[in-house]
Design a protein around this ligand. Structure first.
Ligand code: ADP
Ligand code: NI
Length: 217
């Protein structure tokens, strides 16, 4: 059972978020963790998974401009609320290594606890909720829905991606890749269902805007 003080801390830390990482995201990730844990036939430290799930976005450099300070603050908070030094080290290690961005250059080694949290967080980037969060994030950042000039060379495509990140492009640079990166069997099955739904969404989207399917919009 995660300490109420830790829950209140997370709520306060994420209360200003307008990019899809607010308290509702945390609740869904915790719920996803519980579902994965219930179906996992392995010995896992559930307290570590659940506490890490609650605090996993509390030192993200996309959300905070002082992530090092946030890390120190979070460590103190966890230590002052009943967690041992070992548990705090384990939790901080998990949340620093589980994000998509932390795994871009090389895949980080994750404990089983970290793998469950990573799958749970990724599931919230997929399916109907994943679609909603993507457009919500793009709105907060002022990014376009899609790029209207679809005829581009490969070179232009790379340049475009760097310059301006459209919501549709985000499906190709991240969301559609997640299914193959899942750690657990149960997570992979759910990721597959959600990915099929996103593909259907994309296909309708292209049809409605009168453009050919492309990862270049
Ligand atoms: P992680 O914490 O795994 O690095 P992010 O915080 O980058 O993942 O992404 C969380 C969610 O925020 C994504 O699944 C997506 O919904 C949204 N998001 C992040 N970057 C973008 C983007 N460039 N365009 C649209 N949505 C984005
Ligand atoms: Ni998250």
């Amino acid at each position: 059972m995660t300490n109420q003080t830790i829950i209140d801390y997370v709520k306060a830390e994420l209360s200003q978020d307008k990019t899809g990482h607010a308290w509702d995201h945390i609740e869904r990730v915790v719920a996803n963790c519980r579902q994965l844990l219930a179906k996992l036939n392995k010995v896992v430290d559930e307290e570590i998974v659940i506490t890490a799930a609650y605090v996993h976005d509390c030192l993200d450099d996309k959300l905070f401009n002082n992530p090092e300070e946030k890390e120190v603050q979070l460590k103190h908070h966890l230590l002052n609320n009943g967690l041992s030094t070992d548990q705090v080290v384990t939790i901080i290690d998990i949340i620093k290594n589980q994000s998509f961005s932390a795994n871009l250059t090389s895949r980080q080694a994750l404990s089983l606890e970290g793998q469950v949290l990573q799958d749970a967080d990724r599931l919230d980037a997929l399916g109907a909720i994943g679609i909603a969060r993507t457009f919500y994030y793009a709105g907060a950042k002022g990014n376009p829905l899609y790029n209207q000039s679809s005829v581009r060379t490969q070179l232009d495509k790379a340049a475009y991606r760097q310059a301006e990140n459209s919501s549709i492009n985000h499906f190709y640079e991240k969301l559609l890749k997640l299914e193959n990166l899942m750690n657990t069997e149960v997570g992979k099955n759910e990721a597959h269902k959600r990915t099929v739904f996103m593909q259907e969404f994309l296909s309708n989207f292209y049809q409605e805007i009168g453009q050919a399917p492309s990862d270049n919009i």
